[in-house]
Ligand binder design. Structure first.
Ligand code: URA
Ligand code: ZN
Length: 383
């Protein structure tokens, strides 16, 4: 049998315009250019530690973050036929309200043009199947700090007119008060109406205290924030959506959770049980009912998971929670987690996920093909 289509739904870019914006900043998030060596990306609050010399803070940021040709080479080296690119964290969360709309339009137009230019050159007649031709689509970014929700809604509607946009990527802060904020109603409604997939991705992690304080966090570099802070942040955000009945009010909302849902698949039973035992919640001084739809139903109808979890245990939990293999989609998290040794072409982070998929669905050719690309092509209408 021919090899299956491979689609990467979790792959980031910082377009050159965004890099220039970060370079002009001196507070998190920012890029610092040392006198020698690669520029440094300081985006997590734990990165900006004054006890670390500025030239060593954060992580090196090479051309793989902003040069689309580097991503295309990476795709070819790892057998990826199609990538759905998204702006990396922290998106536009930190922008002054007056600048948000302009930047969102600029970044989203950049993403659309990058995809259009690339796809035209790889397939001038636009009539070939996806396989073997390095195609690009994109998840757009939203002006979440804009002064009114109307601006966000208008951008979602405008995005529907851009042919390569297949959804939007968003962090967990929403309009500043998390994803259970009632003010987000018009945004959920617009996403529901357009049937755009919302790619929910972490950035803020957990406070240092959760790990034993700043000293402990620092001792282990990015391990605690990225391995634990990120997945817990996603889990908390989507649980708050569930608790505030977002999925009751917007039952057609479609969400892709980063990193196989953080810990949601593993904890779903516990979350559901705690909701049942709580019975009702207190809001504005009065009792309100808890969510009417069960977490299992939401997982099967509103939530998709990526397969960026680096092991069979996580993948099995993801499949069990989602009720099958048709809601799971391959991803790489490129350009984060690059090869461990200089000059290495193969990314360990990517081969680990490929191997985990093979080991989890051993002998199930159709399941492997679905997870690697079939699901993404169907769900995101990538043809
Ligand atoms: N680190 C980040 O900051 N973002 C990612 O997406 C992955 C790792
Ligand atoms: Zn990511």
């Amino acid at each position: 049998m021919s090899r299956p289509l491979v689609v990467d739904v979790h792959t980031h870019v910082y377009p050159p315009s965004y890099m220039a914006m970060l370079r002009a900043r001196k507070t998190v998030p920012y890029i610092h250019d040392p006198a020698s060596g690669e520029p440094r990306l300081i985006i997590l609050s734990s990165d900006d530690d004054p006890s670390i010399p500025i030239d060593e803070r954060g992580r090196p940021v090479d051309t793989s973050y902003s040069d689309i040709n580097v991503k295309l080479t990476f795709m070819q080296q790892h057998g990826i036929d199609c990538s759905v690119i998204s702006l990396a964290n922290p998106w536009l969360d930190f922008l002054d309200p007056a600048e948000a709309q302009q930047w969102a339009e600029r970044i989203n137009n950049d993403l659309e043009e990058t995809c259009a230019r690339n796809n035209k050159s790889s397939n001038p007649d636009n009539n070939l199947p996806l396989q073997g031709r390095s195609t690009l689509f994109a998840f757009a970014t939203l002006p979440l700090s804009a002064p009114s929700a109307d601006i966000i809604v208008n951008e979602i509607k405008r995005l529907k007119t851009l042919p390569h946009i297949r959804g939007v990527i968003m962090g967990t802060s929403g309009l500043g008060n998390g994803l259970d904020d009632e003010q987000l109603g018009p945004v959920w409604a617009a996403l529901e109406e357009t049937q755009f997939l919302l790619f929910l991705h972490p950035h803020y992690g957990l406070p240092d205290e959760a790990f034993g304080g700043a000293e402990v966090t620092k001792r282990y570099g990015h391990v605690l924030p990225l391995a634990l802070g990120f997945p817990l942040e996603t889990t908390i955000a989507v649980t708050r959506m569930l608790l505030s009945r977002v999925f009751d009010k917007f039952p057609r909302l479609q969400i892709l959770l980063a990193h196989s849902g953080g810990t949601l698949p593993f904890l779903a039973g516990r979350i559901e049980s705690c909701i049942m035992h709580e019975r009702k919640f207190v809001e504005n001084g009065g009792d309100v009912p808890g969510p009417q739809r069960s977490i299992w139903e939401v997982l099967k109808t509103n939530i998709f998971l990526d397969a960026v979890v680096y092991g069979t245990a996580g993948l099995k939990a993801a499949v069990a929670a989602g009720g099958g293999t048709d809601r799971l989609m391959f991803g790489t998290d490129h350009p984060f987690f690059p090869p461990l040794n200089e000059g290495e072409k193969e990314w360990l982070s990517v081969t680990t996920n490929y191997k985990a998929i093979d080991a989890t669905f051993e002998g199930e050719t159709e399941a492997v093909a679905a997870v690697l690309g079939g699901n993404a092509a169907r769900i995101l209408k990538l043809e």
